[in-house]
Write a protein that binds this ligand. Structure first.
Ligand SMILES: [Ca+2]
Length: 145
């Protein structure tokens, strides 16, 4: 049996905090650019969520919470290094364009130079979009290191 206790931190509302069994997860209530999301997560000793999104149990809890807030969230992946369809998670792992994590028809704009990846509230799945848009960050800290 997998134990998951989800307590989600929504900063804007002051509601604390989110934990899964292998990850501490913080889903911020404040929208910001992707770059600012990276800075924000780092400022609290976390990174924009990547491993937790690849973890089928944890991502389900995250998607369920996102459905409650109705927000779209940055996850830690972009194609800034390699361009095109070559999306990488921020820990260097490839995010293939045929991954089941993508929303229907996504990634949709591989010609863009600067594309970051959101957990899109429309589908509860991933979408490539402009890094300057403002989304709420999902930060993670692995508890298993
Ligand atoms: Ca897209």
């Amino acid at each position: 049996m997998v134990f998951i206790a989800i307590l989600v931190a929504v900063i804007a509302c002051g509601i604390p905090a989110s934990y899964a069994d292998n990850y501490e997860i913080l889903m911020s209530g404040k929208a910001m650019t992707y770059s600012d999301a990276e800075t924000y997560c780092e400022s609290i000793g976390m990174t924009v969520a990547a491993k937790a999104i690849r973890d089928s149990t944890t991502v389900k809890a995250i998607v369920d919470f996102a459905a409650v807030t109705g927000k779209s969230y940055w996850v830690g992946a972009d194609n800034k290094e390699l361009g095109g369809y070559n999306f990488l998670w921020n820990d260097g792992v490839s995010l293939p364009s045929d991954s089941d994590l993508w929303a229907p028809g996504e990634p949709s704009n591989p010609a863009g130079k600067n594309l970051c990846v959101q957990l899109w509230n429309k589908y509860g799945l991933l979408d490539d979009t402009g890094c300057q848009k403002t989304k709420n960050p999902i930060c993670e800290k692995s508890l298993t290191k």
